[in-house]
Design a protein around this ligand. Structure first.
Ligand code: GTP
Ligand code: MG
Length: 193
């Protein structure tokens, strides 16, 4: 049995399909385009062959959500598009976000870059996803700050900066009950670990 599987994969064996029915957790990764959602998804899955496609150009790379599973850890990760930068109208965005949910334990990870300003546009994307998701969005919400390799201060100072930071980030952190993690998801990071 392979370690990774795609939901509804036609080539899954019976034992894989059984495992696919009931993951312990579904982790849904959301946020603005280019922030490192797909890169983080690969790291969470511990997948070295870029299971989620990572982008390098100016356009959004992930334009539809995709679900991958680490069978050995019984963990499912959903990589998602940025609905605003993928030019989805309101009803398409709502339908897309609705499809990210599953019927198992769910955690939502909102990905924010720690090395650039948090903009009003990015906050609007967050609020749109939150609204379309519904009332349980914040239940298991965690902030993942990516580009940690570009952080110019230590983690304590970064934490203090967040406390007194821009009000929009303060709001997101409040939604997440102050739970955040700083990641270095730079290319090749997983291979070097
Ligand atoms: N230095 C550095 N680069 C990163 C990090 N995370 C992601 N990147 C790079 O940022 C670029 C975009 O990463 P993706 O994972 O494709 O971003 P995304 O959020 O999935 O983007 P879309 O699919 O377009 O929404 C790629 O070149 C990654 O290698 C990080 O922590 N540090
Ligand atoms: Mg992506």
């Amino acid at each position: 049995m392979s370690l990774f599987a795609e939901e509804n994969s036609a080539s899954s064996s019976k034992s894989e399909c059984n495992a696919l029915e009931d993951p312990a957790w579904r982790i849904v990764i959301v946020g603005k385009t280019g922030n490192g959602k797909s890169s983080l998804g690969n790291i969470i899955l511990r997948c070295q062959d870029d299971t989620f496609v990572i982008g390098s150009g100016m356009n959004s790379t992930t334009t539809k959500h995709s679900v991958k599973r680490n069978l050995s850890e019984n963990l499912e990760v959903v990589d998602t598009p940025d609905p605003v930068n993928c030019d989805m109208d309101e009803s398409t965005a709502k339908l897309e976000v609705t499809q990210w949910k599953g019927c198992t334990n769910m955690g939502v990870v909102v990905v924010i870059r720690c090395d650039v300003r948090y903009t009003a546009e990015e906050y609007a994307i967050y609020k749109q996803i939150k609204e379309h998701w519904g009332s349980d969005f914040c239940k298991h919400l965690v902030v993942a700050f990516t580009f940690g390799d570009r952080l110019e201060q230590d983690l304590d100072d970064f934490g203090k900066q967040l406390e007194n930071g821009c009000p929009e980030v303060v709001n997101v952190l409040r939604d997440a009950n102050q739970q955040y993690v700083v990641f270095d998801c730079s290319a090749g990071k997983l291979k070097s670990q």
